[in-house]
Ligand binder design. Structure first.
Ligand code: NAP
Length: 259
């Protein structure tokens, strides 16, 4: 399917690896020029080159912490106005509800609520002026059903979800859609780190932790960054112009709910 977005420009933050990279690759496959960001320069440059080689699109990179005000300003300056914004940042650390301090909550809010909101506030006016724009925020299945060890994520992402619910309905009349894409367990460095932490806590092996988790997912496996990325690219496509303010789960059926 032609997604109808060839020649457009996208900013994908936190995109040298994992789900962000998956989104960047799928957009590049659709002919979209990219601005990519991550903190680590080496992996970022390698990802950018791999995407240029595979898809022949223009890829600009800016190594910076997207959660810091200075980092974000540098990324926004490098990007200029884009047509498509995919927001992403690292997820908060796991833990227990009684352990988290005010500072822990502030850090989670900065990364997983206030950073995507600041990025949207920077890009939405230009998109509205042009009469076309797409925003996809990578959030989490924790928005639909809380993950006990990820209370910081459960909390911060709920705030972002509320902002998107209200804002998406105000900008849609200008041809701009905002949606959230909610990953369940996907095979990335992040899930590997969480599984290793769980194996340590439970005194079991990584393989046993993964096997136990697969049993809870109807498709019996983790998702891939490639399938997640193509779902994101569809939401950024011309065809998705009537999808507004939605929270779309990509979780292999893991959340057992009728709606
Ligand atoms: P990942 O494999 O660890 O990749 C994270 C990417 O983000 C890397 O490119 C990393 O590069 C970059 N990054 C992290 N913090 C950054 C920052 N402050 N500024 C700029 N770049 C940053 O993670 P992932 O699995 O793709 O997860 C992406 C998001 O989805 C996270 O918020 C995660 O909580 C959420 N999520 C993931 C899953 C899953 O199963 N994978 C499930 C639910 C939710 P640098 O380290 O070099 O900066």
């Amino acid at each position: 399917m032609d997604l109808g977005i060839s020649g457009k420009r996208a900013l994908v933050t936190a995109s040298s690896k994992g789900l962000g990279r998956g989104c960047a690759e799928a957009l590049a496959e659709a002919g979209v020029d990219l601005v990519l960001n991550a903190r680590g320069e080496e992996a970022l440059s390698a990802t950018a080159q791999a995407i240029r080689d595979a898809h022949g699109v223009e890829v600009t990179v800016l190594a910076a912490d997207i959660v810091s005000e200075e980092g974000r300003a540098a990324v926004l300056e490098a990007a200029g106005q884009v047509d498509i914004l995919v927001t992403n940042a690292g997820g908060p650390p796991p833990g227990v509800w009684s352990d988290w301090s005010r500072d822990d909550f502030i850090a989670a809010l900065e990364a997983n609520m206030l950073t995507p909101i600041a990025l949207m506030q920077a890009m939405l006016p230009g998109m509205m002026e042009k009469g076309w724009g797409r925003v996809v925020n990578i959030t989490s299945q924790s928005v639909k059903a809380p993950i006990p060890a990820l209370g910081l994520s459960n909390s911060a992402r709920a705030g972002l979800t509320g902002f998107v619910a209200g804002t998406s309905r105000q900008v849609a009349q200008h041809g701009v859609t905002i949606n959230n894409l909610l990953p369940g367990a996907h095979d990335t460095d992040r899930i590997d780190a969480l599984d290793r932490a769980a194996a340590d806590t439970q005194g079991t092996s990584l393989e046993d932790v993964r096997a136990a988790k697969f049993k809870t997912i109807p498709v019996r496996r983790y998702g891939t960054a490639a399938e997640f990325g193509r779902t994101c690219a569809f939401l950024c496509s011309q065809h998705a112009g009537y999808i507004v303010g939605q929270n779309i789960l990509a979780d292999g059926g893991g959340i057992n709910a009728t709606l």
